[in-house]
Design a protein around this ligand. Sequence first.
Ligand SMILES: [Zn+2]
Length: 146
Amino acid sequence: MLHEREAHASEGCGTCRANRGEIPTPGGVIYQDELWRLEHTFEPIPLVGWLVLKPLRHVEMFAELTDDESATLGPPLIRRTTGAMREVLQPAKIYVCQFSEAEGFEQLHIHLIPRFADTPADLRGPRVFDLLSQATARRRNLGDLA
Ligand SMILES: [Zn+2]
């Protein structure tokens, strides 16, 4: 029963489509193992270094993760990824956010977002998602991946 629900949900799921390679992400896959995939967020890119970590399996909340998915997420994946982001991007902070509210993207996905020292106060904390709205409205990347 659960498998049937997952299969139905994954058909129209943007995250599953990206995981199947049907929606390319800027720069391609950064990391993938048998359970998780790390990529840049879709275009338009709201901010350089804005990454998204998602399970390969269609689940919609942390409570649905298997023991293996749970065990590999926190210390290994989030710690190592944010460590690499700190080294490469040198942000003041790195936000780890999970909402999965956008239509078509209800699958669990975790935003890993650098916050730089010069980020204006009105774009800090949850307001960083205003950058996503701005990029979408302008239909152009605000991040520079070059
Ligand atoms: Zn999905």
